[in-house]
Write a protein that binds this ligand. Sequence first.
Ligand code: GLA
Length: 360
Amino acid sequence: MATWSAPGRVNLIGEHVDYVGGPVLPFAIDRRTEVAIERRTDSRIVVRSTELEPAELPPEARPGEVDGWERYVAGAIWAFTQATGHRPTGLDIDITSTLPTGAGLSSSAAIECGVLGTLGDIMGTSLTAREIAMLALRAEREFVGVPCGPMDQLAVMLGELDHALLLDSRTLDTEQVPLRLAAAGLTVLVIDTRVRHAVADGAYADRRAACAEATTALGVEWLADATLQQVIGLTDPLLRRRAHHVVSEIQRVRDVVAVLRADHPEDIGAFLTASHRSLADDYDVSCPELDTAVDAALAAGALGARMTGAGFGGSAIALCRLGEVAAVRDRVRRAFDGSGWATPDVWPATPAAGARRSAR
Ligand code: GLA
């Protein structure tokens, strides 16, 4: 038997810029997905998880042939075969998780990375952390069909305790940036609105298409290369707003990295809140539940708050002093009371280690 543990991620800042060549700053979190694989005596591939119905994967499943949550597992197996030529069969795959699914916290990347790491061990093919991330990305893009950037998979694989991962999405160069929250008396609260999004639906692809159009209109290689002045000159108002989010967000990532390198995490709050406003007003990827969560957290004294991940639901994050956690949580919950919305799930996230072998 082989087992791996893969974390989810929170994106601290740098939202919707990993497919236009921009820098992003996610961190792996201490909610994780455990994958255990055992050989079977027959050739079936059976996937089990505590919360979902067991599923049997068709042999050598190809893109488009598997639906439901098990497509992340099938996608990982498919990508493994594409890269190594090995065709795994006869497997019992057991998945347990403390990571909510569909909450914008990369539960799918955690499954894909966890399955790939475990498969490598069971098949005797050792893969590096980066190789696993790239195969998981391939599974997500080519098998599941989400045209995502590289942020989630690299955050899941390369996270480090008390650090955020600065990823240049163009070169895929990475750097660890200190994120010593507890030492500064701070925490990042995750506010899971419990609005479930389907990133695979059109809105994400639509934002990518708008960025591609703006890139062409500006005559730059990557939208990340555009200046604010160039963007302001765009004649199409919608493209101007989309591109404005991108260039302003990239500057905020740089500012946050500088503040964190100076070890002043308490000073990043305003950048987080500005990021949310830009995502809501220029990029149109927020929703009433996320806006309510952010506004309530700020009203209760959070230093900064924003949606995290693709948006359209999922989770927000709020940077809080440790002494204000209860006040922020209560205020957010009260803001949702009487709205007819589900009560949000609010919990602190700690910057944690990336995916690794684990003992069961
Ligand atoms: C999803 C994608 C990422 C990234 C974010 C938005 O999580 O998987 O690649 O584009 O949305 O920042």
